[in-house]
Design a protein around this ligand. Structure first.
Ligand code: DHB
Length: 310
């Protein structure tokens, strides 16, 4: 079985979408709900709906993707209304709503909106959008992350996880884990895209997306080693009550297996879901099951976090 739990909530399977992919509106979210995905997470909702950055703003490469979407979304209220409706129809399934404010006051307002809506699922607070011109990625400002979590947990009692950007320095893993361990977080999700890469069309001598003169968040094959390092670094450092969702470079059952081996309790698929569509969840589940069968593993806990060292 590939079943898992996040915060004692059960999921039939451990694979779902990454926020931003196939989750913009009811149509896309319904397709995920009908697929073999364990759950879905919405696009990060903001206080007001947003059109996002000018197009083209997403580009697929042989090894992954580059995007500078700029948080196009329907507004948090839309996602709460929809997920609460879906939840009523599927009382045994659990869902995630992502949201992101432009400052801590907005985060508090967003969570008040979540509470007022009666949402009983899990909130993913996005601390890592790299694509809004003029706005640094919150996750790279450690003092601000600490202050946001302090304020958010004074104001919100529901289940809450955070989406983090990738870190690249051992001291940063130490410092961020020390901050995260102070709070009653349900989970962390590592990683968001590697921010502000640049992909070039050599023949045209030109960038491939319009916003920010071509700079954008990198996903796909490029980022799997960074994602695995972040999942495992936090698995080593976080209190066991804080679970880990692994995101980054997942396109085969083997990639899912590796994330779980590094300590993930659940995984999310972004770039490969964009490429393949929601039928990917059936393939990934089958491929993971085949690997588990060949290794004699019956459940995720048989190998979760059990990465061996030399
Ligand atoms: C966007 C990209 C992200 O990586 C993110 O975390 C949130 C939003 C975007 O550009 O829309």
């Amino acid at each position: 079985s590939t079943a898992t739990k996040i915060a004692q909530k059960k999921f039939d399977n451990c694979i779902m979408n990454a926020s931003g992919v196939w989750c913009y509106d009811e149509k896309e979210l319904s397709a995920l709900d009908k697929s073999e995905a364990a759950s879905f997470v919405t696009k990060s909702g903001t206080l007001e709906s947003r059109k996002g950055n000018p197009k083209p703003r997403y580009f697929e490469t042989d090894l992954g993707s580059i995007n500078s979407m700029g948080l196009p979304n329907q507004g948090l209220e839309y996602y709460l209304n929809f997920v609460n409706k879906v939840q009523e129809q599927n009382p045994n399934k659990n869902y995630f709503v992502s949201c992101t404010g432009f400052n801590v006051q907005e985060d508090v307002l967003l969570l008040e909106e979540v509470k007022k809506s009666g949402f009983k699922g899990i909130v993913e607070l996005n601390l890592s959008c790299p694509n809004v011109p003029g706005k640094p990625q919150t996750g790279y400002d450690f003092e601000t992350v600490d202050m946001i979590l302090q304020t958010v947990f004074e104001n919100y009692e529901g289940l809450l996880g955070v989406k983090l950007p990738p870190y690249f320095d051992i001291v940063h893993f130490d410092q961020m884990a020390k901050i995260l361990n102070k709070y009653p977080l349900t989970y962390i999700n590592s990683v968001n895209s590697i921010g502000n890469g640049l992909y070039i069309d050599e023949e045209q001598e030109k960038v491939v997306i319009k916003p920010k003169n071509g700079f954008g968040g990198i996903g796909g094959d490029y980022i799997k080693p960074t994602a695995l390092a972040n999942v495992h670094a936090f698995y080593q450092r976080l209190d066991s009550r804080i679970q880990i969702i692994g995101t980054g470079g997942i396109k085969t059952g083997r990639d899912v297996f590796e994330h779980i081996l590094c300590g993930a309790s659940m995984v999310q698929v972004g770039t490969a879901l964009m490429k393949e569509g929601p039928s990917i969840f059936r393939r990934l589940t089958r491929e993971l099951e085949a690997i588990m069968r060949s290794k004699g593993y019956e459940k995720l806990s048989d190998f979760k976090g059990k990465l061996k060292y030399m």
